[in-house]
Structures are given as structure tokens and as C-alpha cells.
Design a protein around this ligand. Sequence first.
Ligand SMILES: Cc1ncc(C[n+]2csc(CCOP(=O)(O)OP(=O)(O)O)c2C)c(N)n1
Ligand SMILES: [Mg+2]
Length: 443
Amino acid sequence: MEKTIQNIRFLGLDMIDGAKSGHPGIVLGAAPILYSLYQYHLTSDPKNPDWFNRDRFFLSAGHGSALLYAVLHLAGYDLPLDELKRFRQLGSMTPGHPEYGHTPGVEATTGPLGQGLGMAVGNAIAECHLRHHFNRPGFPVIDHYTYVLCGDGDLQEGVALEALSLAGHLGLERLIIIHDSNDIQLDGPTKNAVSEDLRMKMESMGYYYQLVRDANNVLEVSIAIESAKQVNKPAFIEIKSIIGQGSAKQGTSSVHGSPLGPDETRRLKEEAGFETTLYHVDNVAVADFEKRFGNRGKKAFSKWNKLLKKYHDAYPELHAELENIINRNCGVDIADLYALDPIGHKEATRKTVGKFLPLLSEKIPALMGGSADLASSTNVKGNDGNFSKETPLGRNINFGVREHAMGAIVNGMTLHHLKAFGSGFFVFSDYMKPPIRLAAIMK
Ligand SMILES: Cc1ncc(C[n+]2csc(CCOP(=O)(O)OP(=O)(O)O)c2C)c(N)n1
Ligand SMILES: [Mg+2]
């Protein structure tokens, strides 16, 4: 285990030194957290990264890309070592911040802080709705978890507060937020900018809050994740870590975003008794990941496929519906709908939308969304009543006046193959610009 964590850290440092840019602080501080998550909990098959019922992991602290790429490589994803050597180079599979559709195992494009949290909430909403819609006794075809790693900066963003507040209100279970709490951000200690009581804040929003005092205690991190999985509300795990742990500038903002340089990296490797060759991948680390993460994912994937075959026989119609969602096939030819209402009339568009949306919703089970407290004006409402903890089959989301999170949540639902929508007045779309930009660049 120790060797594997070292390997994650040193691959990350080598990548950052090679690119002469990147963020070593989170690599050194949070490596054991990701180790614990991937090895003991995250269930996903690296050989089938698009498996629909995989657990999702969102790296909201997108500046930790080198950490994620190192883990993905060691965990057996199709991310060759040569691509790690091309970190931050044009055209490589390892851009400076993770990009969806570009690197296997990357679930969303992140980097603008806070967006990953919002998308994870959308993802968990989609999972919850689909779980209740599709599962039948003995057929848990949808039952995965949504994990997020966020930093101090993520939590300072307005979009995070909006999204976390809504997720708490909805009582979303199977959403597990892991906070790399190192009390340091880019410009200095977090205490220069924030002084709220995080436990009280999270608990008041409806979260199951836990504190882990040392990120290096992999077992304790794992136990916290395990108990987070058991509760029927969203979970928040604050994990104390030391930014840039082991480096000369550990515990300071200087190590947040400046490469250590080859000399210091070499020194750290020597101190740890680790092979000093650049980009060294230890067989022990590969075997370690294979034994736990790899095997667990492979077995779960094959078990799920068998389950799906039986589901096909027991519930052919639901199965066909699920297949449509998996294949992002909306199951409707939009051209057929034109016949219902010829183009060219003078009706206000919101009136037309209000007429069409229910019709479309009947035909497209994946259509789900709502408004930022403006449904009464825009006529944009999801079918089947409100989505809530008690009524998870409802397809109308009351986003509240939270436009920014609405954009991020719609992105997260879309990443889970729903045809998600949100509405408000056009002028307020300014509040949604960052998620709209991300939606545009996610392939
Ligand atoms: C919206 C947004 N604003 C600013 C940044 C630039 N930025 C990247 S990381 C960071 C500091 C984040 O601090 P923290 O989350 O605590 O990360 P750590 O320093 O602990 O790695 C900042 C300001 C960003 N990526 N996104
Ligand atoms: Mg921090």
C-alpha cells in the first residue's frame, strides 16, 4: 500500500516537473485519499470505463489532474505512460485540467472551481431518479455512488453553496463529498478568506458530516467512506491533509501550484526509498491496483451484465427504455412532433414550450428538469410531479433561485445520459455562463 501511494505521488511530481507546470500540493497531500477511495470503494471497470452503473468520481479540484492521471494509469485505464510524459502538452491525453471525453476515467471537465460539485449533484439526482424508475425487486440495475473530491477553494464558490444546499434539501443519498481540507489555498491560509464552521454549515444543510484527522490514515478514510455509504442522506467527509506533504514548502501556499523541480523530487524519492528513475512504475503498485480496484470492477461489471440479461427477460419494456437511455437514444423522431403544431403561428414561444414539453416528456422518459423559480412564467416544468426524496419518480426539479447550480446540475444530469433542461429568464443566463461554457466544450 505504502509503495503504491508513493508511486502515485512520484508519477504526479514527475509529470509536473516534466511540464514545468502543475499543482504538486494536492498530489502530495491527497494521494492517500484517492488511494483509499479507488482501492476500497469506487467500483468501476477500467477496461469498460463507460459501463452505465459504474460509480462516478468527479475531481472538482481540477487542478489535481496529475494526481488523477497517475491513479488512472496505475489503476489500469487506457492511459499509457507516454501520455503521462506529455502532461499539459498540446494534443496529449493529459491536459492541464481533466476533460470529459478525452481521457478514459475522467467523468467531467473540471477546473473552474465549484463546477465539479454542481455536476456531481446533478449526477446523483440522475442516479436517484433512474434507480427508482428502473429497479425492481431482485433487479438493482442502477445503484451506484457518486463521489467528489473538492478542495477548500471549491467550497468557497457560490455555485458549490447553491448545489450543496439543493442536494441537502433533496436528501440525496449515495452522494459522497470528500473534502481535501488542508487549510491552504493559492494566496495563503484559508483563514484569510473564510471562518465559518464547516461542520455546522454542512449539518444544517442536511449532510452526514464526518471529520478524518489525517489523510495518511487510509483505513480511517476508508471507514469514513464506508459509513457515508450507509446513510440515507448526502455525506460530507472533511479530511485533514498537509498540502505538499514531505516537500520543503509543505503546509504553505508556495507548494500549491509550482513544480518542486527534479532535484527536490529526487530527494523525496530517495528519502522514501523509491526508485529514482523518472516516471517509474512499480510492479507492486500495478499488482496492488489490479488486486483490489481492478478485480472488484471486473467482477461487478460481469455480474451486472448477467443481471441485465435477466432483466431483459423479466421486464422487456423497461429494459428497452433503459437501453435507449444508455445509448443516448431519445426514442422520438422530433420531426413527427412538427405535425402536432405547425410552424409559423404568432403564439409566444413560452406558450408553445408549455404545450410541447408535456407531450415530449410523455414520449421521452429521460426528459427531466425544471426552473430556477420561474416555471410559472416560463412554463418549463418536468412531468410527473416534483422530484423529491419522497417522490423520486417526479421529473420536475425545483431548482430554487439557483441559476448557477442549475446549469452545473443540468450538466451533471446530462453526463448521466438524461435529456436534462433548466429554465429562467434569458437575462439570468449570465449567472450560468461557466456551466454553459463547460457544456459547450464537453464532447
Ligand atoms: C473559478 C476559479 N477561480 C480560480 C481558480 C484558480 N485556482 C485554482 S486552484 C485555486 C486555489 C484553490 O485552493 P484549494 O481548493 O484549497 O486547493 P489547494 O491549494 O489546497 O490545492 C485557485 C484560486 C480556478 N481554478 N477556478
Ligand atoms: Mg486547500
